[in-house]
Design a protein around this ligand. Structure first.
Ligand SMILES: Nc1ncnc2c1ncn2[C@@H]1O[C@H](COP(=O)(O)OP(=O)(O)OP(=O)(O)O)[C@@H](O)[C@H]1O
Ligand SMILES: [Mg+2]
Length: 242
């Protein structure tokens, strides 16, 4: 469904993403993990069209995304969330989700009905008319997922949707991600929380300093000595989640 080929991005002398190859199959929950500075967000932003690559290509359902705007990519069926929830101060929950559901709908009443369905799916059905700044961190993360889901994507790109959540909120978010997948949306999941990723992903890619160091099923990847090495300092300092 998504093929990333020799994808490369440089910032000055730093190669943030270095000739990375991987492939996501339809129906998967696919994880992209790695320690701080590995290049996860950069790779994510390349796939979402927020920044342009210096080399390589990204194919979504057989079509190259090269040169497409992020809006064009979203219209193609690939929707993203933002690591820092984008909450528009003057907007309510319903209005925020409508910015997603308006993508494929011209009638405002239809967009509103679709947005209210999505709000229920992400557990914000009782919050429709609240201004977004009054939401908790966990609710803002759910709102981000809802705004992206409202564009009816075939693939959803999630950037650190577990960051800042407590363990019960993490569990609820993982349930939501599983539900999204079971409704037919493929998920690409960028996350720092290794344990959560191990529990939910069918397959994953591990990056370190711009390069892919492993990919495969979670247990197989965890046994890879390069992955153990990359994470040694990191996991010792991370609180346990999930
Ligand atoms: N806009 C930018 N300009 C210059 N350097 C950047 C830019 N964005 C990222 N980098 C650098 O590229 C490297 C990869 O950063 P990136 O944010 O992709 O890592 P990450 O894996 O998402 O890390 P984290 O787990 O901390 O979110 C880092 O060394 C970072 O400092
Ligand atoms: Mg990041």
């Amino acid at each position: 469904m998504l093929q990333v080929r020799k994808l490369t991005k440089r910032f000055g002398g730093l190669v943030a993403v270095d000739a990375v190859d991987f492939e996501v199959t339809a129906g998967e929950i696919f994880g992209l993990i790695g320690p701080n500075g590995a290049g996860k967000t950069t790779l994510f932003n390349l796939v979402a069209g927020a920044i342009a690559p210096d080399g390589g290509d990204i194919l979504f359902e057989g079509h190259s995304l090269a040169g497409m705007s992020s809006a064009g990519i979203c219209r193609r069926g690939l929707a993203r969330t933002f690591q820092i929830p984008q909450t528009f101060h003057s907007m309510t929950v319903l209005e925020t989700i409508m910015t997603g559901s308006m993508l494929h709908r011209r009638r405002v009443d239809e967009a509103r009905a679709a947005a209210s369905d999505v709000a229920r799916r992400v557990g914000l059905g009782a919050r429709l008319d609240l201004p977004t700044p009054s939401l908790t961190t966990a609710e803002k993360k759910r709102l981000e997922v809802g705004r992206a889901l409202a564009t009816t994507p075939r693939m959803l790109l999630l950037d650190e949707v577990l960051a800042g959540l407590n363990s019960s909120e993490v569990g609820a978010m993982l349930d939501l991600i599983r539900a999204v997948r079971s409704e037919g949306t493929t998920v690409l999941f960028v996350e720092h929380n290794m344990e959560a990723v191990m529990g939910i992903c069918d397959r994953l890619v591990v990056m370190d300093t711009g390069r892919k160091i492993a990919d495969g099923a979670p247990l197989e990847v965890m046994r890879n000595p390069a992955v153990v090495r990359a994470y040694l300092g990191d996991t010792a300092m991370e609180p346990a989640h999930a």
